[in-house]
Design a protein around this ligand. Sequence first.
Ligand code: ZN
Length: 136
Amino acid sequence: MYIDNIISELVKKYKTNDPFQIAKEKGIVILYQDLGNTYGYYRSYKRMPIIHINNSLDEKDQKFTCCHELAHATLHPYINTTFLKKNTFFSVDKIEVEANYFATHLLLYNQDFENCETKIDILRENGIPYEMERFL
Ligand SMILES: [Zn+2]
């Protein structure tokens, strides 16, 4: 998938796979807000890219959300994508599938799976929603 190349380029350029760090280096603003049952969303406002993250999520869900929205900022910068909600994890919409694939593989970049017995172990150890199993 062409997304694998984009992920490797990002990690090489910014020397990290941390989505918060990459977003910062790319000049993307991250805002933590009360978003109800929405995990997060991406918008560009007056050409400034902004990732909105729900401030009531736990740390791992905030990281996954940041990764998913960073995917939109990188792959679909001029599209106003839909809000990320729990059901987006199952989405078959091409843009959402790409963002979930990107998020999963960025978080797993260069991970060593030797001590993981199952795909679920891999996801749990890396704080990735189990719905992403289909991308492994
Ligand atoms: Zn999305």
